[in-house]
Design a protein. Structure first.
Length: 304
């Protein structure tokens, strides 16, 4: 099942999308008793509620109307650094990695967990803002994101997949210069609009999390291409690691890391520029497509 958020004449709605991604049905019409907000809906479905199969032709889905499927998760997005072997090595050799000192410790021995503010989330077709002062070394990172359904603390690897509701696509956009200057990753990755997400959530029963291809193109040129079986730390390990420290909640998002091929992996680095188009896609889920657009800082002053 695919669940999305769409912009309609009556506001944002949670909808069920057909397998082809061309038509949708509002959840409130399919199951009037279920919540109309995505996080609450995920919690209800993970507790045994269900959405009946759609009937009728539904409504034609306009891609431009799609919003981020989880625009307001319960807290920051959990992210995983250096979680593909080839990317860990390219990052360690890039000069931007403050988490390793040499090629010998390029591959982490335990998951590197950080967070990306939920305020960075944007839609699957939204522009990525290029704000002067934050636009010198902007990079892309296509990632598979796990959406938690049933929450819990101290979840074991053996039980972890029972807590997964579904999956979506994110682009963990990063200002590499800020990442280097501040020696940590929050400011460089937490910029408003630096986490395009979508196009929808695909429920876990439809996908094999160990066999999904993750790709990214910039202006039509393929930059990233890997399979999730290449993850250093798999999804059960990530869930066990995070939930040992804190209870996971329905609607929590875990971005599992990016493959080799990011901009800093090239010699010289290939950073994003105003007007570039980045497309991140994951086999079995879909694609998000975002354009870099310069923003006047004056338009942001006082915004909240």
């Amino acid at each position: 099942m695919k669940l999305a958020m769409v912009r309609t004449g009556s506001g944002a709605q949670v909808v069920r999308v057909d397998d082809a991604g061309r038509r949708f049905w509002p959840v409130e019409s399919l199951a009037p008793g279920l919540p109309g907000e995505m996080t609450a809906l995920i919690a209800a479905l993970s507790s045994g509620a269900s959405i009946p199969a759609p009937s009728g032709e539904g409504q034609v889905l306009d891609e431009a109307a799609l919003l981020a499927p989880l625009p307001a998760p319960p807290r920051n997005i959990f992210c995983v650094g250096k979680n593909y072997f080839a990317h860990a090595r390219e990052f360690a050799g890039s000069g931007y990695d403050s988490s390793s000192t040499s090629a010998a410790d390029a591959v982490p021995k335990a998951p590197i967990i950080f967070t990306k503010p939920f305020t960075s989330i944007s839609g699957p077709w939204d522009d990525i803002p290029m704000v002067p002062g934050l636009d010198a070394e902007v990079d892309y990172e296509a990632e598979l994101a796990v959406v938690i359904g049933r929450g819990g603390r101290c979840i074991t690897k053996a039980d972890a997949m029972n807590h997964v509701f579904g999956y979506t696509v994110v682009n963990d956009v990063t200002a590499r210069d800020l990442q280097g200057v501040h020696k940590q990753w929050l400011l460089g990755k937490g910029i408003d609009g630096f986490c395009p997400m979508g196009p929808w959530i695909v429920t876990a029963d439809e996908l094999d999390a160990q066999a999904m291809r993750v790709t990214c193109t910039v202006n039509g040129e393929k930059r990233q291409d890997a399979v999730t079986s290449d993850l250093i730390f798999d999804i059960p390990t990530l869930i066990e690691t995070i939930s040992l420290s804190m209870a996971l909640l329905p609607g929590d998002v875990i971005a599992t890391g990016t493959p080799e091929g990011v901009g800093i992996g090239f010699k010289p680095p290939r950073f994003l520029r105003d007007g570039d188009v980045v497309e991140c896609a994951i086999e079995g889920i879909g694609r998000i497509r975002n354009t870099l657009r310069r923003v006047d800082p004056a338009a942001l002053r006082g915004a909240a």
